[in-house]
Design a protein around this ligand. Structure first.
Ligand code: S3P
Length: 447
């Protein structure tokens, strides 16, 4: 599989404060789900604010390949003409999920209870990531999966004809695994029951209800038990996708790190299972005000107003990880500029993201002169409060969040920070470089 040529980028220390309004793109998790639920519903689902990053475009293409009609209007509204539960048709060719673990894993759930044959692949990063965490439990529906060694992509699936409902305790906190099982349960009779050890993002549960399914959620200690009544008729519903808090994290931290900055981030999703970073930054002394809080499309949303200023070190407990799992690389960049020693606990799941993010984040810092240790699954970052030296070339390992975190760090370091490849930023945050530069950053393509 080929992908675009590497796009090296350099980020230089900001010469003045960042300012203005940065409109971050739509939430990636909600965008994937809106397309998938739309394809499984009866009628036409209209989606506004959909993220048009490459990950989500892969999901749109997969839904088309499975028989749903997915189009978009010139004003940016997307329309999905759904096939109804059980109504998807066999794809003619291999489904290529690109860089997206969410797309691949959630699709495994859908395919497992449709009686059709499909083959799925992805890019070099996705082909390295574990899929057994979904294919093992999904096998109990009656589906048959065949995959490469270690359960990795490419994989083939023959979906179950008379699927059985699942009852499963997810061993790791993973919204992707939970969601895959719930999606499978849509086309199985009776109740699908999923227990998660720690609460993870609940966009699937919210959207299932929004489309008319019956979902019951009980709190069980730190976790939750979710019960879905199978074979509902999903009715098409309009979805307004909020701004992605995981994307907002980059301009937000950038504004914090450049003294005197003031930046507004309108319409950012504030689902409490996604806001661990905001809580952590608050503990570090960051000034982030939430204005105009409201509910849009069943999700809490607000405008963030960020004022730059000094940060102090913090300890982040492992129990907070599910609510900020994608934000550790950018938090690490913030911690590198803070005063004192920051300890981030319980980061095991970071090893199976788009890259091994635990190692990639530590390398990002150390190559730029920041002292950092990994002890087991914990990361310890030694900040001095002074701008880190910078001057490093960061290996991004096909990981959009490593690239963006390094470029934000470069706004605060003494010498510029380079990344070997910024091309993958387009998977989740198209337009990142121009938005940041419009706010006062100095990120440039290497000549
Ligand atoms: C996601 C869940 C998380 C997150 C990913 C999106 C989702 O993955 O890292 O970016 O949309 O369900 P895990 O479920 O693997 O933790």
């Amino acid at each position: 599989m080929s992908h675009a040529p590497a796009r090296p980028l350099t980020s230089a220390r900001a010469t003045g404060p960042l300012h203005g309004t940065v409109a971050v793109p739509g939430d990636k998790s909600i965008s994937h789900r809106a397309l998938m639920f739309g394809a499984l519903a009866v009628g036409e689902t209209r989606i506004t604010g959909l993220l048009t990053g490459e990950d989500v475009l892969r999901t749109a293409a997969a839904m088309r390949a499975l028989g749903a009609e997915v189009t978009h209007d010139p004003d940016g509204t997307w329309r999905v003409a759904g096939r109804g539960i059980g109504g998807l048709t066999e794809p003619e060719d291999v489904l290529d999920m690109g860089n997206s673990g969410t797309a691949a894993r959630l699709l495994c759930g859908i395919l497992s209870t449709h009686p059709l044959f499909a083959v799925m692949t992805g890019d070099g990063s996705l082909r390295r990531r574990p899929m057994k965490r979904v294919t093992d439990p999904l096998t109990a529906t009656g589906a048959v999966f065949m995959a490469r060694e270690g359960g990795r992509l490419p994989l083939a699936v023959q979906g179950a004809r008379d699927a059985l409902p699942l009852e499963y305790r997810v061993p790791v906190p993973s919204a992707q695994v939970k969601s895959a099982l719930l999606l499978a349960g849509l086309n199985a009779p009776g109740i699908t029951r999923v227990e998660e050890p720690e609460a993870t993002r609940d966009h699937s549960e919210n959207m299932l209800r929004h489309f008319g399914a019956s979902v019951r959620v009980d709190v069980a200690g730190a976790g939750r038990i979710i019960e879905l009544q199978g074979q509902p008729e999903l009715r098409a519903a309009d979805v307004a996708v909020p701004g992605d808090p995981s994307s907002a994290a980059f301009p937000l931290v950038a504004a914090l790190l450049v003294p005197g900055s003031q930046v507004t981030l309108p319409g950012v999703g504030l689902n409490p299972l996604r806001t661990g970073l905001f809580l952590t930054l608050n503990e570090m002394g960051a000034q982030v005000a939430i204005r105009n809080q409201r509910t849009e499309g069943g999700e809490p949303v607000g405008d963030l107003v960020v004022t730059g200023g000094p940060l102090k070190a913090v300890d982040v407990p492992g129990a907070r990880a599910p609510s900020m799992i994608d934000e550790y690389p950018i938090l690490a960049a913030a911690a590198a500029c803070a005063t004192g020693t920051t300890r981030l606990f319980g980061l095991k799941e970071l090893r199976v993201k788009e890259s091994d993010r635990l190692s990639a984040t530590a390398a990002l810092l150390s190559v730029n002169g920041v002292k950092v240790d990994i002890e087991g699954d914990d990361m310890i970052i030694h900040g001095t409060g002074a701008p880190p030296p910078g001057g490093g070339l960061v290996a991004t390992h096909m990981d959009h969040r490593i690239a963006m975190s390094a470029l934000v760090l470069g706004l605060a370091t003494r010498d510029p920070v380079r990344v070997d490849d910024g091309a993958f930023i387009d998977t989740s945050f198209p337009g990142f470089v121009s938005l940041m530069n419009a706010a006062g950053a100095a990120i440039s393509a290497d000549a």
